[in-house]
Design a protein around this ligand. Structure first.
Ligand code: ACO
Length: 467
């Protein structure tokens, strides 16, 4: 393990320089003019190509292979920023002043302590649960700790919600758009008490975003410890968000280098366009559910192996291959069986994923000192060469963020069952930022399905049915 944060800084700035050399010649797309809804676009299966909303949170430039948060290149943020600052940037829309940053850091430090959630979580068989579902459970308990919503029957006045129920509208006609269909978490009458109104507002706003950013790390670290038969740890107010995450998970204060690597990994995963988990969060928010419910949907969507679950499968794959000399034969067999290679390909990037450009060199730096890890890295590097050689320019298949993140996490001592949860610890910043943005102009999501079944069948009583 590298023992100096300066060494990491050097590795990252070299990776940034190399990345810029390769990205540099590719032209920027023109910035988008404001859309006039409704818009025409070509939609493929899985809503590919569909435009869900406008956003200023972040931009994935798939043809260039670059990623921008609120106008700032993620590579530059990796070189200079921290996860706390990036979270502020995503949620508030601008970089904080020094005073604002210190205040936000104090707020996160405060929100990192979630004793009521911990007490409730310990009552569940967390050690037997899938880590992502335990974290979902934890974030729902945070909702209760922060808002007491579960104790209340605070329901929105139906009058304000009725026109969001688009099933009551004959939808199988082209959508026309509703002029007044703007719904916010906080808008409309809230039945019951002032206390419940305050709770609903808290569950919807910036405070709950910061609460979730801070608390998801605490819950994830606790889940890791409980699964190992250990008691959860209180956060250390002296440590950063990344440092606390590692400390609460391992019980050991990380070195400055480990803390910085974790910080960079969190920055790199914080937001990524209209991906499946972000979209899931927005869909739930759009029904006027609350921030906690929305984020728990994001966690559920991230769990799948086509999304956040790929990095765990990458390590399993590298172990299964067994060494760089076995890569070609292994790949040939996978290809013949029509199998996809975990950690490669992306719906948007048709070039090298910029996040992998940083994580690859960090993995290389970290794995140098352990023979086992070095062999995994060499296997990964050989696989990268073979896959790009076969599918790179022709099909736009290159390593994605998950290809090297697992190796980096392993070197930081993060067990593989926590790889996807660690992704959630970071992405919660992007999910909350985008939910807050979407809710300013909310319209319930309601795409259509084309019904291709029959409509003229007649009911046959069970005893008369043939198998
Ligand atoms: N290995 C080999 N071939 C691939 C891969 C891959 N990993 N990914 C795509 N392809 C090929 C497909 O076979 C297909 O080939 P064809 O045109 O001959 O049929 C072509 O590239 C297009 O593939 P699609 O599956 O249509 O691409 P899509 O955009 O739908 O999928 C996805 C993107 C899901 C990420 C896909 O590349 C994949 O399954 N990758 C492996 C899993 C993975 O790494 N997921 C993490 C993604 S990053 C993230 O979510 C954080």
């Amino acid at each position: 393990m590298a023992n100096s944060a300066n060494e990491i800084k050097r590795v990252v700035s070299r990776a940034i320089t190399d990345a810029r050399k390769e990205i540099g010649g590719i032209p920027e797309p023109p910035s988008q003019a404001k859309l006039k809804w409704p818009i025409q676009c070509t939609v493929g299966p899985g809503l590919e190509g569909a435009i869900a909303c406008e956003s200023q949170v972040g931009f994935v430039n798939g043809s260039q292979g670059s990623l921008v948060y609120r106008g700032y290149d993620v590579l530059e943020l990796c070189g200079h920023s921290t996860f706390e600052e990036v979270s502020y940037l995503l949620i508030h829309g601008r970089l904080p002043t020094e005073k604002q940053l210190r205040k936000f850091e104090r707020k996160l430090a405060d929100f990192r302590r979630i004793p009521a959630t911990m007490r409730l979580l310990m009552g569940f068989p967390v050690e037997k649960m899938n880590a992502m579902s335990a974290i979902r459970l934890g974030t729902n308990m945070m909702r209760q700790e922060f808002t007491h919503l579960d104790e209340m029957e605070a329901k929105r006045d139906l009058e304000t919600a009725i026109s969001t129920d688009e099933d009551s509208i004959p939808m199988e006609v082209p959508p026309l758009g509703e002029e007044h269909a703007i719904y916010e978490f906080r808008k409309g009458k809230i039945a019951r008490t002032a206390k419940s109104e305050k709770a609903m507002a808290e569950a919807a706003g910036i405070a709950s975003a910061a609460h979730l950013v801070a608390g998801t790390a605490t819950i994830t670290a606790a889940v890791a410890r409980i699964r190992e038969g250990l008691l959860p740890l209180e956060p250390d107010p002296e440590l950063s968000h990344a440092g606390n995450y590692l400390y609460m998970m391992t019980g050991r204060r990380p070195t400055a280098a480990e803390e910085r690597i974790m910080d960079i990994a969190l920055i790199l995963h914080a937001d990524h366009g209209m991906n499946a988990s972000t979209f899931a969060s927005l869909v739930v928010a759009s029904t006027l559910s609350d921030m906690y419910m929305s984020i728990s949907s994001g966690i559920a969507a991230l769990n799948g192996p086509l999304h956040g679950g790929a990095n765990e499968r990458v390590i399993q794959m590298l172990e299964e291959i067994g060494g760089p000399e076995k890569v070609r034969a292994w790949y040939k067999k996978q290809k013949a069986e029509g199998k996809k290679i975990p950690g490669f390909g992306h719906r948007v990037y048709k070039r090298y994923d910029p996040r992998a450009r940083i994580l690859g060199p960090i993995a290389k730096h970290l794995t140098g000192r352990s023979a086992g890890a070095k062999r995994l890295l060499e296997t990964a590097q050989e696989l990268e060469k073979v896959v790009i050689g076969d599918l790179g320019p022709e099909k736009g298949i290159y390593p994605n963020v998950d290809f090297y993140s697992g190796l980096v996490y392993s070197c930081l001592g993060i067990p593989s069952f926590l790889f996807t949860p660690t992704f959630a610890v970071s992405r919660v910043a992007g999910w909350t930022a985008r939910v807050l943005e979407y809710m300013k102009n909310n319209r319930i999501f309601r795409p259509r399905a084309i019904y291709t079944g029959r409509t003229n069948k007649h009911y046959v009583p069970v005893e008369g049915r043939k198998s």
